[in-house]
Design a protein around this ligand. Structure first.
Ligand code: ADP
Length: 372
């Protein structure tokens, strides 16, 4: 059906690899661009271009001759995408959507202008500006651009933390009393059809802003679930989104919802949709950007997803550990095949499904024991 259609993805990490996997079901040809010649996608397509998605020239060169371009990371060159659109390449999500979301401050302003609840925050130029907030500590400091997996976020508890704070344009945010963190993935196509996945709940480790595990369905009350879905759909419509969007939210200790962050692409919090949902987030993205009917996002089974992080402990008998993971009934292993080494980075994930949420949570304990 799409034999002649050429699709390009900016970014060639594990998310791109999972899009390729689903693109095969539709018979699509996929080209990938990443600045790392050994990025996970490099082994899955012969149409792999080594270039920086943030570079104007590289994106323009990559996009020539493609029919549709999408992204698997936000740090891409917006001007080049606008040029490509003028040349007839379809770019989804739209450059304007990516641009608003790339910067955590413009993202917050956009949400506020659409009456979406967010944590109050202000923009600063660098750490010297933080002395103005001395009397308002503790606060949450976030780099405006290019933060990921918590690396661009820190909590400032006392004024002694200011000298070691990020010295870059940041957003200073009120510290939210968080009860739960949830994420809602929503898809929208160019005809305005919208489909929303069930909210998932993320559970973070105490000290670091690193995900411990994520479960679906989220264990929160029905009223908040419904409100979260309404918010996610509202944001997709406000952005006139074509593609998919992850909406990360906080449920506060007094049971209010605040939107924390948007990602206009497949997201970690949707990994489980491959095994647990009728339509995976990756297939949904392809349906959305190709103007196809959106798939049903229904969650078929309770599921749990745990990231596998690079560590010295994992390295001792890695193969044996992965084998034991695969021995857990209902476990599915995704190994990203990354080259090189950096402690703490994501090298894979495991999704487990079962009949009840209690059973999947019990399996989290087994996974943790194997990996640690
Ligand atoms: P990243 O883009 O790196 O994922 P996030 O904005 O999602 O950064 O923040 C990472 C984590 O930091 C969140 O999941 C949450 O646990 C914590 N966090 C973020 N903002 C706040 C806040 N205003 N108050 C309290 N904790 C926060």
């Amino acid at each position: 059906m799409f034999e002649n259609l050429k699709i390009g993805i900016l970014g060639g990490g594990q998310l791109g690899a999972m899009i390729i996997r689903h693109a095969i079901d539709f018979g699509l040809r996929v080209s990938i661009m990443d600045k790392d010649p050994h990025a996970p996608c490099s082994r899955y397509t012969s149409s792999f271009f080594c270039g920086d998605p943030a570079s104007f020239e590289a994106v323009l060169e990559f996009g020539k001759g493609l029919d549709v371009i999408t992204i698997e990371k936000e740090a891409v060159n917006i001007n080049a995408l606008r040029h490509l659109e003028k040349q007839g390449v379809r770019v989804f999500p739209a450059p304007n959507t990516i641009e608003v979301i790339q910067d955590k401050f413009t993202q917050k302003q956009f949400l506020l202008s659409h009456h979406i609840p967010v944590a109050p925050g202000e923009a600063i130029q660098g750490k010297n500006d933080l002395y103005r907030y001395e009397n308002k500590l503790p606060l949450c400091l976030k780099k405006r651009r290019d933060g990921y997996d918590g690396y661009g976020v820190m909590v400032l508890k006392t004024k002694e933390d200011i000298p070691t704070a990020f010295d870059a344009p940041c957003v200073v945010e009120e510290l939210v009393a968080i009860k739960h963190e949830i994420s809602v993935i929503v898809a929208r196509n160019e005809y305005g059809a919208v489909e929303c996945y069930d909210p998932v709940m993320m559970v973070f480790s105490e000290e670091k802003f690193i995900l411990d595990y994520q479960i679906a369905p989220a264990q929160i009350n029905e009223e908040i679930l419904k409100e979260a879905i309404t918010l996610a759909k509202g944001i997709a419509n406000a952005l006139q989104l074509v593609g998919i969007l992850a909406v990360e939210m906080f449920v506060t200790k007094d049971n209010k919802l605040l939107v924390n962050e948007l990602a206009p692409r497949p997201h970690n919090s949707g990994h489980h949709t491959i095994e647990a949902s009728t339509t995976s987030q990756y297939e949904q993205l392809l349906r959305a950007i190709l103007g196809l009917p959106l798939g049903t996002p229904r969650l078929r089974f309770p599921s749990l997803m745990m990231n596998i992080l690079e560590s010295a402990i994992l390295d001792t008998d890695k193969r044996g550990k992965l084998k034991r993971l695969l021995d857990i009934p209902g476990a599915h292993l995704h190994w990203y095949g990354k080259e090189g080494k950096r402690a703490g980075r994501k090298v894979g994930h495991v999704t487990v499904t079962d009949d009840t949420i209690e059973n999947v949570i019990a399996k989290a304990e087994s996974i943790r024991k194997i990996l640690n």
